[in-house]
Design a protein around this ligand. Structure first.
Ligand SMILES: [Fe+2]
Ligand SMILES: [Fe+2]
Length: 339
């Protein structure tokens, strides 16, 4: 993918630096101060901040066709990312989280968090009401993460030991297709995108994604790329797995209602099956096991899970409010031409 168009001074500084400066020479053009530029309000609705963060993180995944790979560890960019992350984490800390619990209570506490009710019913809307255009937009939003599905959590593998490492690898092996490239969840998602008439190229809809969609990905990346947040990364994964089977059943029903065949629905159906197992592994073997190994880690695990659930709700609220107002949920409809 190419660098997306900037949305403000932060992302403009980053895009200009990555495309016009020499990564081997010290950067003299200092980055704009994040605390001065960001508006009041939650960071997950700050387009400039989220796009700049997303681009900083992407340097550690597949990068950009128009950016020299040596920028990945450039001190000026890493320092800039650190400033963005301070603002990002400060906003996340207001999402609630949870106090520490005994390691034996971690799985049960996660179950309690993930079974909460009363949030925006996005999956119900997609199952019963969404028109084809709205369902297609939903897939475009999801593609920002789903085309690299499981990659952020894989950063946890080298940081773990013993049965906890095995638990994460067991989940990730399924996410990556169990040795069959066509069964990789990111590949199954591409099939669903093609059914909807979307472009399945990696990163294609990033320019059209609003801040809150980028924030969902940036949440995983801030936990994945900072070893200090390993517990939160595991809690985040558990929350994803533990809130997957019911919604995916409804997404599949919605896709069927809109004419999707079996192959186009396979992504959703696979998650109904696989995540019924993954949620058990994630809650007990992964998070419970990690908390038992690391007394004191439970608060981070529950923080990661709480952030995941809260941002999923924020995205759902945003999508439903746009659609109920008869508006598109994409930032730049022209950039998402297929939608
Ligand atoms: Fe998956
Ligand atoms: Fe899973």
């Amino acid at each position: 993918m190419k660098l997306p168009p900037p949305r403000g001074r932060l992302s403009a500084w980053l895009v200009t630096t990555l495309t016009s400066a020499d990564p081997t020479v010290q950067c003299h053009e200092s980055a704009p101060p994040v605390h001065v530029l960001v508006p009041d309000g939650p960071a997950w609705h700050d387009d400039d901040l989220q796009l700049a963060l997303w681009c900083c993180y992407e340097l550690h995944y597949r990068g950009f066709d128009d950016v020299d790979e040596r920028w990945e560890w450039n001190p000026a960019v890493i320092g800039f990312r650190g400033m963005l992350e301070q603002r990002w984490l400060a906003s996340l800390s207001g999402l609630g989280g949870h106090g520490a619990v005994p390691s034996a209570a971690v799985a049960g506490t996660l179950t309690g968090l993930t079974r909460r009710t009363g949030g925006p019913d996005l999956s119900g809307y997609l199952a019963r009401e969404a028109d084809r255009g709205q369902f297609t937009e939903y897939l475009a939003h999801r593609s920002v993460y789903q085309l690299k599905e499981a990659d952020p959590h894989s950063f946890g593998i080298p940081r773990l030991t013993g049965p906890v490492k095995t638990a994460l690898v067991e989940i990730q092996a399924d996410e990556y297709g169990g040795g069959l490239p066509g069964r990789m969840h990111s590949e199954l998602f591409r099939s669903t995108m093609r059914w909807a008439g979307l472009d399945d190229e990696y990163g294609h809809y990033v320019p059209a994604a609003p801040a809150v969609t980028l924030a969902v990905s940036n949440l995983m990346s801030v936990f994945a790329l900072n070893r200090r947040w390993l517990g939160a990364l595991l809690g985040h994964l558990a929350a994803l797995e533990m809130t997957s089977t019911g919604p995916n059943r409804r997404y599949s029903a919605g896709a069927r209602r809109l004419g999707a065949g079996e192959a186009a629905r396979r992504y959703f159906d696979e998650h109904v099956q696989a995540d019924a197992v993954h949620e058990q592994i994630a809650a007990h073997d992964l998070c419970g096991g990690y908390a038992a190994q690391h007394p004191g880690a439970s608060a981070d695990i529950l923080f990661g899970a709480s952030c995941c659930l809260a941002l999923d709700d924020e995205l759902a609220r945003y999508l439903l409010s746009r659609w109920r107002a008869g508006r598109t949920s994409l930032v730049l409809p022209s950039a998402a031409s297929a939608a």
